[in-house]
Design a protein around this ligand. Structure first.
Ligand SMILES: Cc1cc2nc3c(=O)[nH]c(=O)nc-3n(C[C@H](O)[C@H](O)[C@H](O)COP(=O)(O)O)c2cc1C
Length: 367
């Protein structure tokens, strides 16, 4: 069976090991207020803070370093301080990031995202909570439905069917910019109650047009986005999709739906399903525990025959190694533990008794 530290070949990209930095919003890009102060040409540009954060995890040995949710449209930002790729002027800052990641031996990945009805929220440590009003730098938001996520967030307007192609094109344009910025991997964010998940979930999608109804209708937007992105994303570069594998609610999106979708996406040019869960609707109890989402990744690779990623409460090297060795996932994504400990991967290698993926300029001295 493969080892956590075996390389993972995906198309023309080979990850040096099977550990990825999970996408995590840093809420630290310039917003409109910073632009007005002359600090940036536009909102959403990558700064030194992003470069240091992401390159640190590359120096720390990760096989793949994924960016935070990076907005394909300005109105699709979760917060005013999200990274973006909706404008050509976003490319240069991210090119510096991908070059730094590569210099430290990791592959780079971008998570392309649209928050839909969960857009325009205050960042978590702001004093104010919920939706940002226009007067404080917020904006009108769109979604799969007119219904708000909850009373605290802004009420969306449902995308009209003839507005959907614009969203599909925004994903494709952002993917083309991501390629220009030098990313090796693109991941579409179809999880956590953001726009693509809003269309997938029967708990949210109340549409009566071609993008609603049964499985085919609810998955149509994601399938169109995959096709449009695959058409511009180079053949040799892998494409991932992050899903919420279950809504954890009766009548919601289910693990069976995820396996069925994975089978369709495999033939549409998707290389890996990154299996998270939840977020479509509020008030759902999620049984968070070590490995609590690994079973979804296992089902995708065993039943749909597509590579999968496991994420969620994976904190111990032996735990991560077992997930890969037992054939439950091809890639392990680490979130909060890599915030606590940027060099976790180096420690994991030492604990597991394999050569640590030191950057060359350290390895000759300490390896
Ligand atoms: C600060 C923070 C920001 C996050 N931002 C994103 C994001 O931008 N995109 C995403 O798909 N998941 C995001 N997540 C979820 C993580 O990628 C991960 O799936 C989750 O934290 C569970 O993994 P963990 O237990 O290893 O942290 C975020 C999590 C945290 C803690």
């Amino acid at each position: 069976m493969p080892h956590l530290f075996d390389p993972l070949p995906l198309r023309d990209v080979t990850l040096r090991n099977r550990i990825a930095l999970s996408p995590m919003c840093m809420y630290s890009a310039p917003d409109e207020a910073a632009v007005a102060r002359g600090e940036a040409p536009l909102a959403g540009v990558a700064l030194d803070a992003h470069l240091v954060h992401l390159a640190s995890r590359a120096a720390g040995g990760a096989g793949l370093v994924l960016t935070e949710a990076t907005a394909v449209e300005a109105r699709g930002r979760i917060s005013p301080q999200d990274l973006g790729l909706w404008d050509d002027r976003h490319v240069d800052g991210l090119r510096r990031v991908t070059a730094a990641i590569r210099d430290h031996g990791s592959a780079s990945g971008v998570q392309l995202a649209h928050a839909g009805r969960k857009a325009a929220t205050y960042r978590p440590w702001a004093t104010a909570k919920g939706g940002v009003p226009d007067a404080d730098g917020g904006w009108p938001v769109v979604g799969a439905t007119d219904a708000p996520f909850n009373d605290a967030l802004r009420a969306p307007s449902a995308l009209a069917a003839d507005e959907v192609p614009g969203v599909v094109a925004a994903f494709a344009d952002a993917a083309a910019r991501a390629d220009a910025a030098g990313f090796d991997v693109a991941e579409l964010h179809a999880a956590h109650g953001y726009l693509l998940h809003q269309f997938l979930s029967p708990l949210v999608n109340d549409r009566t047009d071609a993008y609603g109804g049964g499985f085919e209708g609810r998955t149509r937007l994601l399938r169109e986005v995959v096709a449009a992105v695959r058409a511009v994303w180079p053949e040799g570069k892998p494409l991932f999709v992050r899903v919420s594998a279950t809504d954890w609610a009766p009548g919601g999106w289910s693990a069976d739906d995820t396996v069925r979708l994975a089978g369709e996406l495999a033939s549409a040019g998707v290389d890996l399903i990154d299996c998270s869960s939840g977020g479509a609707v509020p008030g759902i109890a999620i049984p968070v525990a070590p490995d609590y989402q690994v079973g979804f990744a296992e089902r995708v690779r065993r039943e749909a025959g597509l590579a999968s990623g496991a994420v969620g409460r994976i904190v111990a090297p032996a735990q991560a190694a077992a997930i890969v060795a037992d054939g439950r996932a091809d890639l392990v994504l680490i979130g909060k533990q890599l915030l606590r400990e940027p060099y976790w991967v180096l420690r994991a290698a030492q604990e597991l008794g394999v050569p640590a993926p030191w950057p060359e300029r350290y390895g000759w001295a300490v390896g």
